[in-house]
Design a protein around this ligand. Structure first.
Ligand SMILES: O=P(O)(O)OC[C@H]1O[C@](O)(COP(=O)(O)O)[C@@H](O)[C@@H]1O
Ligand SMILES: [Mn+2]
Length: 644
């Protein structure tokens, strides 16, 4: 036994009784059913949709209601009850309108209390009482516990409970009690949350998502390529910064930078206005639900998108020259342009350039920034590094985040593992050493941690690798051979827009390949699964691949992608009965969801045959607890020997 651990435990449990009590306690926990994990990915700044999925416990609230009240409630009542739990304040308003007579409202309260307490009991059976208490609002903890552990067969007690519920109503606490119980249920249905990448970009409120996650009881994050842009920007990568600004302009989200993070974009706007005009290729994408922009607003964003894109293309050329080992020479494009003819040579073919905006480029030195551009990007970089709120959010992403996670037998990562057509891991040379497989992912993580710790270093290898993670051909987060941003803006021939995916995306359909991945990460290939985000599951495709070994759960939160997916998206649950894939309806707006009660479409067990219910003992935490039990038992034996 490790002496340190033993000494600590000896101190904490100084008597034989204390040791025995703790052993009994831990063994009881080990025999509880495994708690529920939920998996979400590609939330992409869609805060309301994300909140909706947190509120419905990734679909688990409804499942629990269905399990518990099967045969006792109609589908419609189940929906109403579920939406009360997701949006208690809003639904209570509707209820109060509906039941204008005091007696009717009281009856509704009494029925609802009973159902809520029954459900709370049901969702907390997997937890110890102390864990349940933590999920209750302190204001109602005592009352709730009294109601939870009620003995309905004893008539004295029954009267006592009736008194409690009647008092809650007569003292005007009914709504507060319902709201707090609904929140406790929301919290208890998911014990641990996995965010499989891409919290940032395209949608309007990533900062609110991060703030919500900061208050969430238990979670981990696997970084996505879009998250890396933000982490990279605060770590000193001006390329990551240029890319994220470009995407914010493209999706009309510059307010995230100005309003949410307090970073002033005035200089960028002035520079852009001085050098760029309107350009159809650079107008912001607008969602139909958004308030239309005025003409001057649209022009300003269009100018900004051009200014920052050109800075990005120039900086790319510089990084590509600085890092020949990245093998990205084919992505240095500004020197392949004939600026007089407005054409570009790509892979031996000449293409006409439409919507050109190359006025700040010196054809003799195409990758050199203008002095104003240099000043601008330096200032912006500094402002990003000095935003306290952004730093706080990124520090949280660093603390909870990893490139990959092995958790309860499953392997989680956002994008891919770079492989060749035969499934051999492809290597990347970093500082003279070639990394492949698990080691490659760890090397990227080490470099990110280093770059984040040294934000002043702006063109060092660790920082350049963050840009590589965004767009490099062997980036596990990008997963394609090249990112054709330039062509998408300036070349009409769609063939040039193609971004060839890594062979991974074809191979992950096959069981042997997924088993190989699990083995590489030291997991049991027979029982584990690989869980990815990143690629929207298109209409007609299945998110369950490789004979159920591979699950792709792009949450479909991103509104601009709804047309390709056709559904809201998928989330995953892993409870004591196994894994369940939940299909969600497209989320339009919070108001619409509440009014029309649009929710989940279906839930499907990933593995159909009923397996034996998993206990805490069979989880990663269980293994730690088991280890503690062994230590405690040794101490108890020692104590028994020494004092007979
Ligand atoms: O949809 P947009 O804004 O044109 O962006 C397309 C770009 O986004 C990417 O798909 C990367 O973002 P995702 O991780 O969301 O897929 C690039 O491969 C592609 O060039
Ligand atoms: Mn992604």
């Amino acid at each position: 036994m490790c002496e340190n651990e033993a000494t600590l435990l000896r101190k904490k449990f100084p008597t034989k009784t204390a040791l025995a009590t703790e052993i009994i306690n831990l063994q009881a926990i080990l025999s509880l059913p495994k708690s529920t994990e939920a998996f979400l990915s590609d939330v992409h700044g869609e805060y309301d949709a994300f909140q909706h999925v947190l509120r419905n416990g990734s679909g688990n609230v409804k499942l629990k209601i269905q399990d518990l009240f099967a045969g006792r409630m109609t589908e419609q009542s189940i929906s109403h009850f579920a939406f009360l739990i997701y949006y208690p304040s809003e639904r209570l308003k509707v209820i109060r309108q509906r039941y204008q007579h005091h007696n009717d409202l009281c009856q509704w309260y009494l029925d609802t209390f009973q159902r809520l307490i029954e459900l709370l009991h049901f969702v907390s059976t997997k937890y110890t009482r102390s864990k349940l208490r933590k999920a209750l609002s302190p204001k109602f903890a005592y009352i709730t516990e009294e109601l939870l552990y009620a003995d309905n067969n004893n008539s004295d007690k029954l009267q006592y409970y009736q008194q409690i519920t009647e008092n809650i109503i007569s003292l005007g606490q009914a709504d507060a009690f319902i709201i707090s119980t609904c929140h406790s249920i929301q919290r208890l249905v998911v014990d641990h949350l996995h965010m499989v990448g891409d919290i940032y970009d395209r949608g309007p409120h990533p900062e609110k998502i991060v703030e919500r996650l900061m208050r969430y009881h238990s979670l981990d994050i696997q970084w996505g390529n879009h998250d890396i842009l933000w982490l990279g920007a605060v770590s000193g990568s001006q390329l990551c910064l240029a890319n994220l600004l470009r995407i914010c302009a493209r999706y009309n989200n510059l307010s995230i930078i100005e309003d949410a993070y307090g970073i002033n974009l005035r200089h960028l706007a002035l520079f852009a206005a001085a050098h760029y005009q309107d350009n159809p290729a650079f107008r912001p994408h607008m969602m139909r639900s958004e308030k239309p922009l005025t003409a001057p607003e649209q022009l300003q964003i269009t100018q900004i998108q051009q200014a920052i894109s050109i800075i990005q293309f120039k900086l790319e050329g510089q990084a590509i020259a600085r890092r020949p080992e990245f093998n990205m020479a084919h992505r240095a494009l500004l020197d392949k342009i004939d600026y007089k003819k407005n054409t570009i040579d790509l892979a031996g073919k000449t293409y006409k350039l439409t919507n050109p905006c190359f006025q700040t480029i010196d054809p003799a030195k195409p990758y050199e920034l203008l002095p104003e551009e240099r000043l601008l990007i330096d200032q912006l970089s500094e402002a990003f590094q000095n935003s306290d709120k952004l730093h706080q959010h990124m520090a949280f992403l660093m603390e909870k985040g990893h490139m990959y996670l092995a958790y309860n037998g499953n392997l989680l990562f956002h994008g891919c593992m770079p492989v060749d057509a035969k499934g051999n891991f492809e290597g990347l040379q970093i500082d003279g050493k070639t990394y492949v497989g698990k080691e490659l992912l760890s090397a990227f993580e080490d470099n990110l941690r280093q770059s984040f710790a040294e934000p002043k270093a702006k063109t060092d290898l660790a920082t350049d690798l963050l840009w590589y993670l965004w767009t490099g051909p062997r980036s596990p987060l990008f997963g394609k051979h090249e990112m054709t941003t330039f062509e998408r803006y300036f070349v009409t021939d769609k063939d040039t827009h193609f971004e060839k995916p890594n062979a991974y995306y074809h191979l992950r359909q096959q069981r042997w390949f997924v088993e190989k991945l699990l083995t590489e990460f030291g997991l049991d290939p027979d029982n584990g699964h690989v869980i990815n985000g990143h690629t929207p599951v298109k209409k007609g495709q299945s998110p369950i691949m490789a004979e159920t070994k591979m699950l792709v759960i792009d949450g479909g939160f991103s509104k601009p992608y709804h047309a390709t997916t056709g559904i809201g998206g998928y989330t995953l649950l892993f409870n004591s009965y196994g894994m369940q894939l939940v299909t969600h309806q497209p989320f339009t707006s919070r108001d619409d969801a509440i009014a029309n009660m649009t929710d989940i479409i279906s839930t499907k067990r990933v593995i159909d045959q009923v397996v034996q219910r998993k206990r805490v003992a069979q989880t990663d935490i269980g293994a730690q607890l088991q280890h503690q039990v062994t230590l405690l038992k040794n101490l108890l034996a020692e104590a028994t020997e020494s004092n007979g």
